[in-house]
Write a protein that binds this ligand. Structure first.
Ligand SMILES: *Cc1c(COP(=O)(O)O)cnc(C)c1O
Length: 252
C-alpha cells in the first residue's frame, strides 16, 4: 500500500520527529517548539501544498508558520496566501534582511519581522504601524557568529537594541533570531545559540518596558536544528529538509 502521506507531508513529519526527539533529549516539552517552513524560492503552489500538509499532518493543529526572505517574493506570493492568512490558518514571518523603504509591502502580509537589526528599521516599522493603528510582532536578529556575510546586530549591542525596540509603541518584541555559525564544529555552532539564549535571558530579566514577551528564540535550520533545540530554540526554521535543496541559495 502506498504511504498515505505525500512526499512533502512525509518530509514535514520527519522534520517534526527530529524536533521532537531533540526536545526530549534535552528534557524539553516538544510542544514548546514551532516549525517554521522557510519557503524562499518555492512557488506559491508548492507553498500551499506544504501549508496544507503541515496543517493536516501529525502535530498540525496550530496555524502553520512560514518564513519568506525577500520582499519581492513575499509580494508575489501574497495573493495566493491571503485567504489563509485572513482565516488565521497561516502566519507569515519575514526572515530575510529588510530595508526601511520596503516596510509597507511587508506589513500587508507578514505578522512578524524576525530580522530587525537596527534602530532605524525598528523606527520605520513602528511609525508605519502606529499610523495604521496596529502593533507588529518583531524579533531582533543577532549575528552570533560574527561572520560578515550574515546580517544581524552584534551580540554586544543586541540587548541595548532590544530594549530600544521594545519601547517603541508600534512594535511588540517577541524574541530573538539568529543564523547559526557555518562550522563543522558543533561546539562552535552551539556556543552561538547559547549566546542568543543568554541575550534573551538578560533582556527579559532587565524588566525594561516592553521586554516581558521577548521569550522566543528563532534558531536552527536543516543542518543544525538539534543543536538549536538543545540550547532552547522555540522556533526552528527549515527549508531544505522539507523542500529539497535550492537551485540557487538565497543570500542571508
Ligand atoms: C533558508 C533559510 C532557512 C532554512 O535553511 P535550510 O538550511 O534550507 O533549512 C532558515 N532561516 C533563514 C533565515 C533562511 O534564509
Amino acid at each position: 500500500m502506498p504511504s498515505p502521506l505525500t512526499g512533502i507531508a512525509s518530509r514535514i513529519a520527519a522534520v517534526r520527529a527530529r524536533i521532537d526527539d531533540a526536545a526530549r533529549a534535552a528534557g524539553r516539552d516538544p510542544q514548546e517548539l514551532r516549525l517554521l517552513l522557510a519557503t524562499k524560492t518555492q512557488d506559491a503552489e508548492t507553498v500551499l501544498d506544504a501549508v496544507s500538509a503541515a496543517s493536516s499532518g501529525p502535530g498540525g493543529s496550530r496555524s502553520v508558520l512560514i518564513g519568506e526572505n525577500r520582499v519581492q517574493e513575499l509580494v508575489a506570493k501574497a495573493p495566493a496566501l491571503a485567504s489563509l492568512v485572513a482565516d488565521g490558518q497561516l502566519e507569515v514571518h519575514m526572515i530575510g534582511h529588510l530595508q526601511s523603504n520596503k516596510v509597507n509591502q511587508v506589513l500587508a502580509t507578514a505578522s512578524c519581522v524576525q530580522t530587525v537589526d537596527s534602530a532605524a528599521l525598528a523606527s520605520a516599522l513602528s511609525t508605519r504601524c502606529e499610523r495604521d493603528g496596529r502593533v507588529l510582532d518583531v524579533m531582533v536578529q543577532v549575528n552570533v557568529s560574527g561572520e560578515d556575510t550574515k546580517a544581524g546586530t552584534r551580540p554586544t549591542e543586541a540587548a541595548a537594541l532590544a530594549r530600544d525596540v521594545a519601547a517603541l509603541p508600534g512594535l511588540r518584541l517577541t524574541g530573538f533570531m539568529t543564523i547559526g555559525a557555518l562550522s563543522d564544529d558543533d561546539a562552535v555552532v552551539r556556543a552561538g545559540f547559547a549566546r542568543l539564549r543568554a541575550i534573551r535571558d538578560e533582556v527579559v530579566a532587565s524588566g525594561a518596558p516592553g521586554t516581558a514577551d521577548a521569550r522566543e528564540l528563532s534558531m536552527g535550520m536543516t543542518g543544525d536544528l538539534e543543536l538549536a533545540v538543545a540550547e532552547g530554540a522555540t522556533i526552528v526554521r527549515v527549508g531544505t529538509a522539507v523542500f529539497g535543496s535550492r537551485a540557487v541559495p538565497a543570500a542571508h
